[in-house]
Design a binder for this molecule. Structure first.
Ligand code: NAD
Length: 294
């Protein structure tokens, strides 16, 4: 059996197409285009390229973006003030505020993220939004978790009554995804097991999964013997490894070639979950613009 490929690029393109029309309608109601502020701190090449791809995607659907960069030594209070200023629309009206992670180690990331007002928190990291999600009345859902659920729904992969195993318990991916999958309604109603770095018998848990999600950041973590035949395998991990040609390439957490012979569905890396994450960010930015109209 060879797994069906879950093509994130195709689905993201369809989502963007719908968003473009909605953004245009809301632009007319706002009297301006929705606007996303992106805060980029430090010099990590990967962060710079994620920010560039988010801004390109925003442009494609008609959302303006404002890039605010800080390089060199930056203190927590400076970044908190920066976010406060954006929230006061000091640099023009801003509907959504995104702080690209990771922040430099000396910065208190939680303090900076908490400074983003909950109604502009398009990443869904503020405790108010995390609380709303955990109570089953989500507003801004963390983009990667929302993207994974959207992908399952779009592919018609049944979650109700199925066993989902999520490897990874971060506030960004694993935990919100476990909440979504165990919540009520489409793409939910699953029985969920969360595994993490201290889990014993990871392989045994994984083998019981109808839906297996890996959000760890460790190449080769999920091997074919850990996958139930026919399961949906969603690879959130992004890892840069040396390539045979001497350069480098991106891989996920899943041993793709071997697992695709066992699984029923599988996401590639790149081109799987990544594009969905960006599409969900755009969707959250439109929602933030809508909230300002209410
Ligand atoms: P994180 O470092 O915050 O969390 C990693 C999680 O993995 C932790 O909860 C930890 O307990 C768990 N873990 C570590 N080693 C483990 C092991 N051996 N067995 C089981 N669990 C283990 O990372 P994150 O921010 O959640 O991101 C996870 C991965 O997903 C990274 O590779 C990141 O680059 C990627 N990511 C991808 C997207 C996307 O759009 N595709 C978005 C966000 C993150």
């Amino acid at each position: 059996m060879t797994a069906a490929l879950l093509d994130g690029r195709l689905l993201a393109a369809r989502i963007e197409e719908n968003l473009r029309a909605e953004v245009s309608t809301f632009g007319e109601m706002l009297g301006r285009r929705p606007r996303l502020a992106v805060v980029l701190v430090g010099d990590l090449a990967a962060s710079g390229s994620y920010v560039a791809s988010k801004r390109r995607a925003a442009e494609r659907v008609g959302i303006d973006s404002l890039l605010v960069e800080r390089h060199g030594l930056v203190e927590t209070n400076e970044l908190v003030e920066l976010v406060d200023g954006l929230a006061r629309d000091e640099q023009g009206p801003v509907d959504g505020i995104l702080v690209q992670l990771p922040l430099p180690p000396r910065v208190d990331t939680v303090a900076v993220l908490d400074a983003v007002p909950p109604d502009r928190d398009v990443d869904g990291f503020h405790p108010v939004n995390a609380g709303l999600l955990s109570q089953g009345r989500p507003r801004f859902i963390p983009c990667t978790a929302a993207g994974v659920q959207r992908m399952l729904i779009d592919a018609g992969i049944e979650t109700a009554g199925r066993h989902a195993v999520v490897i990874g318990r971060s506030d960004i991916v694993g935990r919100p995804l476990a909440l979504l999958l165990s919540g009520r309604g489409a793409g939910g109603d699953a029985t969920v097991t969360i595994c993490h770095s201290r889990s014993a018998d990871l392989a045994e848990h994984a083998r019981r999964a109808d839906i297996l999600v890996s959000a760890v950041g460790q190449p080769g973590l999920v091997t074919a013997d850990m996958v139930k035949p026919g399961a949906a395998v969603i690879d959130v991990g992004i890892n840069r490894v040396a390539s045979a040609s001497g350069g480098s390439r991106l891989v996920g957490d899943v041993d793709f070639d071997a697992v695709r012979e066992v699984a029923g569905w599988i996401t590639p890396v790149p081109g799987g979950v990544g594009p969905l994450t960006v599409a969900m960010l755009l969707s959250n930015t439109l929602l933030a613009a809508e909230l300002r109209l209410r």
